[in-house]
Ligand binder design. Sequence first.
Ligand SMILES: Nc1nc2c(ncn2[C@@H]2O[C@H](COP(=O)(O)OP(=O)(O)OP(=O)(O)O)[C@@H](O)[C@H]2O)c(=O)[nH]1
Ligand SMILES: *[C@@H]1O[C@H](CO)[C@@H](O)[C@H](O)[C@H]1NC(C)=O
Ligand SMILES: *[C@@H]1O[C@H](CO)[C@@H](O)[C@H](O)[C@H]1NC(C)=O
Ligand SMILES: *[C@@H]1O[C@H](CO)[C@@H](O)[C@H](O)[C@H]1NC(C)=O
Ligand SMILES: [Mg+2]
Length: 415
Amino acid sequence: MQILFRNTALPISFASHRRSIIIALIIVSCVCYFMTVSPQGGYLSSKILSTERSIYKDSTGVLDVEQMDETLLDLAPSAESKPSHSFGNIIPHDPSTSHRANATLLMLARNSDLDGVISSVEQLEAKFNRKFNYPWVFLNDEPFSYEFKRRVKVLTNGDVSFGLIPHETWVQPPWIDEERARRGRNMLTQDGVIYGDSVSYRNMCRFNSGFFFRHELLTPYKWYWRVEPDVRFYCDLEYDPFVFMEDHDKIYGFTISMPEWESTIISLWSVVKEFILDHPEYVSPNNSMSFISDDAGDSYNMCHFWSNFEIADMDFWRGEAYTKFFNYLENTGGFYYERWGDAPVHSIAAALFTRKDQLHFFKDIGYKHAEFSHCPQGRQWREGHCSCNPNDSFDFAENSCLRHFMRLDDDWMFG
Ligand SMILES: Nc1nc2c(ncn2[C@@H]2O[C@H](COP(=O)(O)OP(=O)(O)OP(=O)(O)O)[C@@H](O)[C@H]2O)c(=O)[nH]1
Ligand SMILES: *[C@@H]1O[C@H](CO)[C@@H](O)[C@H](O)[C@H]1NC(C)=O
Ligand SMILES: *[C@@H]1O[C@H](CO)[C@@H](O)[C@H](O)[C@H]1NC(C)=O
Ligand SMILES: *[C@@H]1O[C@H](CO)[C@@H](O)[C@H](O)[C@H]1NC(C)=O
Ligand SMILES: [Mg+2]
């Protein structure tokens, strides 16, 4: 099953070999169509289709299983779930199946995260991706073990790739003054800040801030959904959030927002302000400054989108504004001298360099990371069959930044 849904497009080099096959398949499809105009509907049609599939395969003997299944799926991409009439159309017009976004699911993980990885993938597959079959990309600063790949690949029908992170985009750069970095780590450790003394956590934050979207396994894609080990997805998602983002001209989607530990980003805001002064041209006239500042940009209020969940447009990170912004931050060494997180870095950029209507609160996606969750309310909770307690949602917490996001609506226009 691993390979069945891998490609929906015919590779051009196979096209001529397949012409006669396609003609034969059109005939098969027509036969299916007439056979399935029957009271039993879709279930019967898929049974017949799979029978036809194997008959056809036996009678040609030249195609391997992978090619065969891809070809059939081109013509009937939703054989299991859609009513029979779609088979008569050859190219189905159902909008839920005919358009897929240029998107991937993404997880950074260690081999030792395997149990948590399986748990997260299992849930996202069951709640969403079983119907959409988006590919997964897993990245690691060390090679994934055979066992890791074997256990993860089996969880999805989508394509799965496992990538190694280039050394120079992961480790502390040689120009960083290690003595100064060590003083910074000691200071945070004394303050009792989580991961205060961790270099690998800093590597991770810097990689997620400036490099993941340039990894060769991600450059083929525009959209990503970031997933972490050991998160929870509470609700069924019946629509495609990537297509939603595309159709509504969105750039960045989140579920939970909260304040950052101030001591991890002591100098970040002053660097941001310098950047804005140097490059006012990148700041959107309809920015979300009031999400990240309570005094019109003088100081940072620490609010950020919690980046362990992100559905976003990598072309924004790859664009001129963010590229210059990241390089500006990188050159200060703040990722190592302090402990700048990818969450405030992403959030500040998304708030300043996009229009506020390009940020999206996925209030219908029930999600939990560590001890914080977002649970949909009312109709969305019922229709999503959500397993979370709607009363237990970080949205209502004193230190949630959701009200800062909501007040963007009040400023002017829409959110
Ligand atoms: N390959 C690799 N992945 C890492 C490393 N450190 C963190 N990650 C991954 O980066 C993401 C964030 O790391 P976490 O340790 O979960 O950090 P966090 O979410 O801020 O903190 P928690 O509340 O502990 O989850 C997760 O997907 C981790 O699996 C590392 O050293 N190597
Ligand atoms: C997907 O998006 C990436 C990044 O924008 C782009 O380079 C690539 O050509 C796109 N692929 C398709 C099939 O549109
Ligand atoms: C900003 O919002 C205003 C008010 O809705 C709108 O008229 C204007 O076109 C927007 N500007 C940009 C650059 O999007
Ligand atoms: C949620 O809170 C309300 C009011 O406090 C209470 O009446 C209700 O029973 C709670 N629901 C659940 C599912 O806990
Ligand atoms: Mg985590």
